[in-house]
Design a protein around this ligand. Structure first.
Ligand code: AMP
Length: 398
C-alpha cells in the first residue's frame, strides 16, 4: 500500500509518498511560490536531491508535476500513479464538524467549504489540492486529516471565551486549537516510549516551531490547548504575538490609527521573537545573539521561555498533575537551551533535568533523571505518518 500525503498551503505544496508496509518515506518534496512563474521545486528520493524552478500558475500544475516526478525513470519511485492507493490531505480547519479523519465525500467537502471562513488562507488551498487530485487521480480515495480534530475533546469550560454566548452560537467563535496531528502523535509516542497505557497518563505536549502551541493531554484526550479561534493565541512564536490584552487592539485602532489589516499584519508577521528582539524570528539567531550579548535577543528568549513555563504550570493545574512533558517542533527538538530554561522553572513539580541527556545528540530521548517525578522527553513529530496511517485505516474500512 502506498499513500501520498499532501499539505497544500496558500502558496506551497509539501508532499511525501509513504510505503505503508514499512512506513518508509519513498520520496518527498516541496513546491514554493505556487502562483509564480519562478516557483521553486525541491524533490528528494533517498539522499538524492533535485532542485529546479518552473512556471507554476496554480496548485493543480504543482501536483501534476510532482506526480510526474514520482513516476520519472530517474527521480521517481513508481512505475505508474495507479500504484498510489490513497491521498491524505492535511486540512487546517475542520470546525466543530470533524473530531477525527474522514474520507472526502461530497458532503464532507461542502462542510469544508463552510469552514473556509475560519481559515481563509488555508482551507481554500486545501480544497484546491483535493480538486486537483479529483482531476488527476479520479479513482483514488482521498482523506482529510484536520489540524483542529484532536482538540475537539476539549470541555466547554476550556473552549468558550467569556464574551456574549451568542458569538459562539451564531458565529462559531470559540477555541479550536491547532497542530492537533502533532500533539496527538507525540502524546501517543511518549506513552509508548514510557511503556504506559496513554489512558493512565497526564501529558503536556509542547510543539515549538515557527508556530508554537502547547496542549494538555489527559488520558489520551486533549483537554486544553494554547492556540484559540486562530493560531495567533497562546505562546510567543517566530513572528506571532501569542496572548495579549485585547484592549491593546482597540488602542492601536483608536489611538494610533491602525486599520484591521495593519493590526493583523503587526500581530501575525512582525511580533513574537522578531518583534521583541528586533533581530530575527529564528531561534538559532536569538540564541547566537544572546551569546554575543544582544539585549533584544535576551529579552525575546526570556519572554518566550517564561510564557511556556506559565502554560505548563496552568496545565498542571488543569489536569491536577503531570506525568510527562514532551518537546517537539524545530525549536522543541533542537534547542537544548530552550528546554533547559523551561525545565529549570519546573523543579517545584519534582522535575529533575539531566543536562547531559538534554545535550546528547539522540533525536528521540528522555531528558530527566531516573528519580524525576515528572519525565521530560524529546520526540520528533511526524504529522505525515499520522496522515498516512489515518488514510490507510479509512481505505481498509470499506
Ligand atoms: P518548524 O516550524 O517546526 O520547522 O521550526 C522552525 C524553527 O526551529 C526555526 O525557526 C528555528 O527557530 C528553530 N530551530 C531549528 N533548528 C534549531 C536549532 N538547532 N536550535 C534552535 N532552534 C532551532
Amino acid at each position: 500500500m502506498k499513500i501520498l500525503v499532501l499539505n497544500c498551503g496558500s502558496s506551497s505544496v509539501k508532499y511525501q509518498l509513504l510505503d505503508m508496509v514499512t512506513e518508509r518515506v519513498m520520496a518527498k518534496g516541496l513546491v514554493e511560490r505556487v502562483g509564480s512563474k519562478d516557483a521553486s521545486f525541491r524533490h528528494e528520493k533517498g539522499n538524492q536531491k533535485l532542485q529546479f524552478n518552473m512556471d507554476v500558475p496554480d496548485h493543480k500544475v504543482a501536483i501534476a508535476k510532482l506526480l510526474e516526478l514520482l513516476t520519472d525513470p530517474q527521480w521517481g519511485v513508481l512505475k505508474s500513479v495507479k500504484e498510489i492507493d490513497g491521498v491524505g490531505h492535511r486540512v487546517v480547519h475542520g470546525g466543530e464538524k470533524f473530531a477525527c479523519s474522514v474520507k472526502l465525500s461530497p458532503d464532507v467537502r461542502k462542510t469544508l467549504e463552510e469552514c473556509c471562513k475560519y481559515a481563509p488562507l488555508h482551507n481554500p488551498a486545501n480544497l484546491l489540492g483535493i480538486q486537483a487530485i479529483d482531476e488527476l487521480l479520479p479513482e483514488v480515495t482521498q482523506v482529510g486529516v484536520f489540524d483542529t480534530a484532536f482538540h475537539q475533546t476539549m470541555p466547554r469550560k476550556a473552549y468558550l471565551y467569556a464574551i456574549p454566548y451568542k458569538f459562539y452560537e451564531e458565529n462559531g467563535i470559540r477555541r479550536y486549537g491547532f497542530h492537533g496531528t502533532s500533539h496527538r502523535y507525540v502524546s501517543q509516542r511518549v506513552a509508548e516510549l514510557m511503556g504506559r497505557d496513554i489512558k493512565t497518563l497526564k501529558i503536556v505536549t509542547c510543539h515549538l516551531g515557527n508556530g508554537a502551541s502547547i496542549a494538555a493531554v489527559s488520558g489520551g484526550k486533549s483537554i486544553d490547548t494554547s492556540m484559540g479561534f486562530t493560531p495567533l493565541e497562546g505562546l510567543v512564536m517566530g513572528t506571532r504575538s501569542g496572548d495579549l490584552d485585547p484592549a491593546i487592539l482597540v488602542a492601536l485602532g483608536s489611538e494610533y490609527g491602525y486599520s484591521f489589516s495593519d493590526i493583523d499584519n503587526l500581530l501575525n508577521k512582525k511580533s513574537g521573537l522578531l518583534g521583541l528582539s528586533g533581530l530575527s524570528n529564528d531561534m538559532r539567531d536569538i540564541e547566537a545573539g544572546m551569546e554575543n550579548g544582544h539585549e533584544g535577543a535576551t529579552r525575546a528568549f526570556e519572554v518566550f521561555t517564561y510564557r511556556i513555563i506559565k502554560y505548563i504550570g496552568s496545565y498542571a493545574a488543569a489536569m491536577n498533575g503531570i506525568d510527562a512533558i514532551v518537546f517537539t517542533g524545530g525549536i522543541g527538538e533542537n534547542s537544548a537551551k530552550v528546554r533547559e530554561w523551561v525545565l529549570k522553572g519546573l523543579t517545584y513539580l519534582g522535575l529533575e533535568l539531566d543536562e547531559a541527556l538534554n545535550r546528547s545528540p539522540e533525536k528521540e530521548k528522555l531528558i530527566t533523571k531516573p528519580g524525576s517525578k515528572v519525565q521530560a522527553w524529546v520526540v520528533p513529530t511526524n504529522e505525515e505518518l499520522v496522515i498516512a496511517r489515518d488514510t490507510l485505516a479509512l481505505i481498509n474500512e470499506k
